[in-house]
Design a protein around this ligand. Structure first.
Ligand code: ADP
Ligand code: ZN
Length: 721
């Protein structure tokens, strides 16, 4: 063993490790290998670059090279780029690529059966049917044959035992068949044709570019970017479509199938591991041509990536806030650049970052202002809750109540939107004022009445709802404060006892399967009033929905988050955009205590340009993203003292540099999370400064993380809790 090689392991290391290369093994950068790590064997990747000297006695050897296409140079660069940008160890970024180690081995052959040429001892009717099918020499799966012949598997088994059918091994076929780019071409409208043409052109150019497809809800953005996907298929390349909430996007898969004849490869946490492994492997070999997936799909080892689409690009779900903190929208643009492939960002309410990039001409800007077909945007109005208060104990104002009633009367649907899961966000004792707080976090416990639980939405802690106040011992005097969707549903059922009411919330029993069924049921008109959290805001098509009521439009406007206005604007525009998709008149109502607030006014007036203009000016004057850069540092520890001490020491030791300022440390809004005390520092950098380089210098100068202390860095933070 004379040669050594650099290997990057999927563990939190800054640098590749050195391993020996056994005689006869030829390794090149990107190759997948198995190496020993302590007592374990891990899948890792041969890396480029310098290796540390290792004492030859301690040098361990690569054990195996997998029979799998190597990581592309592009993907290796992507790992290093993200690591440098997010200040994460490259090994942790690599780990996001190597999520399916079993996929590194070729797929096992599948077992099938075919006619062996020998007649059975006794020819029953069932056996006859099987043989009629099998005689043509084709191989069948056991269940497939039984099913096609209308017999049970035991009849097939009988024939196998007799040697009438023989076992054959065939290579596993592709997981998903090849999409057909001309399966069903829609007739596009003028505005759609222009946008589609532009996207097809950038796709055909076959080099990096970014297009922002900005079209109102229902303008047909999906149909339009499908044309670019069709072009990629024609070019023989692969496409990745990122969706913020794929588990709920059954509808999307169906639309893809309507257009291309088959479903795309699907990638998200709800897919069975085996399927995921197959998909990973077939993406690497290039057999799977189109993948629709959640943000983690961005780390799939595409063989020849020709297009990335980020649907609902503004969505906060693209931000991962765990280990490697990254925004999949931004990283999609990076991957597009490294792979020299075009990127399409699509949204009805683009993020300010993307809008500004488009305004500056960095992105192609494609705008679609008309809804497809009969669909017209709803008439929007604010309801001033100070003047039109709901009845005592209720949350629905008389105006909204009447509008819901009228919609249901007409045989149409109403949607009530409230971004609060559970029954009530706070429970207290009427006698002593005791408030139920999470034992692990500084948060209120949320009552979930269906499950009879008090639950922390941050750490998952839950208690049974007690009958007695734990503080004063009074029996049966707990009151629910404020609304959650469950409580709202109670009110709706009270007011409209004959209407079919449905709650849509991510935490209800039955998980994703049930949600998909429910979304389907709504689309088919099988319910009258839907009460939903932000789940309903995401891209669904409800043709019969003609009345949307936002219960608390102010929620989210005033929480110290620089993006609060933008988020509220996006969410409310998306929610009200659910109405009026199938023509006819439709209405959207915003219940608010501050109808004069510019965001509420802009939404109600349907004046998005006013909103963007104002918000862009505001960000510009305060140097907030995209006119300045932010990084948030969370220092946490098991005691308040340790966390505060570390945060203060870091503040003191921060290098001075022009264009960089630090806010804090301050106790985080969620001061304790999962039993850890948290302090925040917020770094602001002017556009010209190299924020990462400065952060690295700072971390190097800071005291080491001792004991329970952890320092977490979030570049381009989305959350300020
Ligand atoms: P968006 O993503 O912009 O909200 P969608 O792509 O979901 O819009 O389109 C809204 C609806 O209009 C969908 O049901 C879609 O199938 C339909 N649609 C849009 N454009 C066309 C077209 N050119 N031909 C047929 N149906 C279309
Ligand atoms: Zn908690």
């Amino acid at each position: 063993m004379s040669k050594t090689v650099a290997i990057l392991l999927p563990i939190p290391t800054e640098r590749p490790y050195t391993y020996g290369v056994p005689e006869g093994m030829v390794l090149a950068p990107g190759d997948h290998v198995q190496v020993p790590l302590g007592p374990r064997k891990v899948a890792a990747v041969v890396w480029d670059g310098k290796v540390d000297e290792v004492n030859p006695k301690k040098l361990k050897a690569v054990e195996q090279k997998f029979d799998c296409p190597p990581l592309s140079k592009e993907l290796m660069q992507f790992v290093e780029w993200i690591a440098a940008y997010t200040l994460s160890p490259p090994g942790m970024v690599l780990r996001m690529i190597l999520r399916s180690p079993a996929a590194l081995e070729p797929l096992p052959n599948t077992i099938a059966y075919k006619f062996a040429g020998k007649e059975p001892e006794k020819l029953t009717e069932a056996r006859k049917r099987i043989l009629t099918l099998a005689r043509d020499g084709m191989a069948w799966s056991k269940s497939g044959l039984a099913h096609a012949a209308g017999t049970s598997a035991s009849v097939v088994n009988g024939l196998i035992t007799q040697g009438v059918l023989e076992e054959v091994e065939i290579p596993a076929g592709p997981l998903v068949p090849l999409p057909d780019n001309s399966y069903h071409q829609p007739e596009l409208l003028e505005e759609q044709i222009d946008s589609a043409k532009a996207l097809v052109e950038t796709t055909e150019a076959n080099k990096f570019s970014v297009s922002l497809l900005d079209g109102v809800t229902g303008s047909g953005k999906t149909e339009v970017y499908f044309e670019a996907v069709a072009k990629v298929l024609e070019l023989g390349k692969q496409a990745l479509i990122l969706l913020p909430e794929i588990a709920l996007t059954a509808n999307f898969l169906e639309r893809f199938q309507d257009r291309f004849g088959v479903k795309p490869g699907e990638w998200h946490s709800d897919i069975a591991p085996k399927k995921r492994e197959q998909l990973w492997r077939q993406v690497a070999t290039g057999e799977v041509r189109v993948v629709a997936g959640a943000r983690s799909a961005l780390f799939l080892p595409f063989h020849d990536l020709g297009l990335i689409v980020v649907d609902e690009e503004h969505d906060a779900a693209y931000k991962q806030e765990d280990r490697v903190f990254y925004n999949a929208r931004d990283m999609a643009v990076v991957r597009g650049r490294l792979a020299d492939a075009p990127v399409i960002l699509s949204s009805a309410t683009p993020s300010l970052e993307s809008r500004v990039n488009a305004d500056r001409g960095r992105y192609h800007y494609l705008r679609m202002e008309a809804r497809y077909g009969e669909a017209v945007l709803p008439d929007l109005a604010t309801i001033d809750m100070r003047k039109n208060p709901p009845p005592r104990g209720g949350f629905i104002s008389p105006i909204l109540r009447q509008a819901i009633g009228e919609a249901v009367e007409r045989g149409e649907q109403a949607l009530l939107f409230l971004n609060r899961r559970g029954y009530a966000p706070l429970t207290l004792c009427r006698v002593c004022g005791h408030r139920f707080q999470c034992p692990n976090c500084t948060t209120w416990l949320v009552e979930h009445r269906f499950r009879k639980q008090l639950q922390c939405h941050h750490c998952g802690h839950n208690d049974k709802v007690p009958e007695v106040c734990p503080s004063c011992g009074t029996f049966d005097h707990l009151v629910a404060c404020g609304p959650g969707v469950e409580r709202l549903a109670e009110e709706v059922v009270d007011i409209f006892p004959d209407a079919r009411t449905l709650i849509l919330s991510s935490d209800l029993m039955g998980g994703v399967k049930r949600l998909r069924l429910e979304l389907d049921a709504i689309a088919k008109g099988e319910c009258d009033i839907v009460i939903g959290t932000q789940l309903v805001a995401k891209g669904h098509n409800f043709p019969l929905m003609s009345c949307v009521g936002v219960i608390d439009a102010d929620l989210g406007l005033s929480n110290g988050d620089p993006r609060a206005a933008e988020r509220t604007f996006q969410l409310l525009s998306q929610v009200t955009g659910r109405a009026g998709r199938a023509g006819g008149k439709s209405f959207g109502f915003l219940q608010t205590y501050q109808p004069e607030h510019p965001v509420i006014q802009a939404i109600a007036a349907g004046d998005r340009e006013a909103f963007y203009e104002r918000e862009i000016l505001g960000r510009q004057s305060s140097g907030l993203p995209p006119f300045g850069r932010l990084a948030s540092i969370i220092v946490s520890a098991s005691t308040r003292n340790e966390a505060e001490g570390q945060a203060k020491a870091m503040r003191r030791l921060a290098p001075k540099e022009a264009g960089i300022s630090i806010l804090g440390p301050a106790e985080a809004p969620i001061a304790i999370l999962r039993e850890r005390h948290r302090f925040r520092l917020l770094v602001h950098g002017d556009l010209g400064v190299n924020l990462q380089a400065w952060l690295r210098k700072w971390l190097a100068a800071s005291p080491k993380e001792k004991g329970s202390i952890r320092v977490q860095i979030d570049v381009d933070p989305q959350s300020f809790l």
